[in-house]
Design a binder for this molecule. Structure first.
Ligand SMILES: NC(=O)c1ccc[n+]([C@@H]2O[C@H](COP(=O)([O-])OP(=O)(O)OC[C@H]3O[C@@H](n4cnc5c(N)ncnc54)[C@H](OP(=O)(O)O)[C@@H]3O)[C@@H](O)[C@H]2O)c1
Length: 189
């Protein structure tokens, strides 16, 4: 079973403003701000990535943000939301009825449950959730898209780790919109 992260950060490493907003990512016209050239931005590999995933594990904050946008980019991918505050009685938007499973589990226990249920490629999303999976030594691949903006503060993608996490750089691609996407494999010792 493989665990991947596919996420966008500001150049200074934030995935959202402190209040959770992503206006810096979604609301700007990035195409005017790139002098370096690069590939056409299109979907920056997201469609291909999501097609390779069978299970999405998301933190509650990310889940609530995504639901608030009214846009669902994950098709019928199984969705598991980590939360101590949402559960079986939580009201769901119509398009997600019967598709969301709420859990509150240690990442190692959750990984074991997903493996037993046949998961093969898990997409882990949400800052706190990614950090827990990293600390548990479970993340295999990081696909990071850096957005050319400095936010100065916000929700960090990375946090404390128990020991150095060594990454092997696989590839980096610059897009015409100025975003730079790098793919890393985590080399757990
Ligand atoms: N830039 C991007 O590409 C990108 C991508 C994804 C998300 N985001 C943004 O990042 C922000 C969310 O990140 P975040 O750091 O706040 O974290 P998050 O991982 O989305 O959510 C954290 C919440 O998940 C629940 N949780 C996490 N681990 C748990 C566990 N082991 N057991 C039970 N519940 C657990 C807790 O919810 P409870 O409080 O319910 O217990 C916790 O408060 C949002 O603003 C989102 O829009 C940005």
């Amino acid at each position: 079973m493989k665990f991947s992260v596919y996420i966008a950060t500001s150049l200074d490493g934030f995935i959202a403003r402190t209040d959770g907003q992503l206006d810096w990512l979604e609301g700007s016209d990035w195409s005017d701000r790139n002098e370096a050239g690069g590939a056409d931005a299109n979907d920056m590999g997201f469609d291909e990535f999501i097609e390779s995933v069978d299970t999405l594990v998301m933190g509650r904050n990310t889940y609530e943000f995504v639901v608030s946008t009214g846009i669902w980019a994950y098709g019928d991918t199984r969705l598991v939301v980590q939360s101590t505050t949402l559960g079986d009685g939580t009201e769901l938007p119509q398009h997600l009825a019967g598709k969301v499973e709420f859990v509150s589990m240690d990442p190692v226990a959750l990984a074991s449950k997903l493996a037993n249920e046949g998961a093969q490629h898990v997409y882990v999303d949400g800052g706190a959730t990614i950090q827990q999976f990293l600390r548990a030594g479970l993340i295999d691949e990081l696909i990071l898209t850096r957005v050319p903006v400095l936010l100065g503060s916000g929700i960090s993608l990375f946090g404390e780790v128990n020991a150095d996490v060594v990454l092997r750089h696989v590839s980096t691609e610059g897009f015409a919109n100025g975003m730079v996407q790098s793919r890393y494999v985590v080399e757990w010792s």
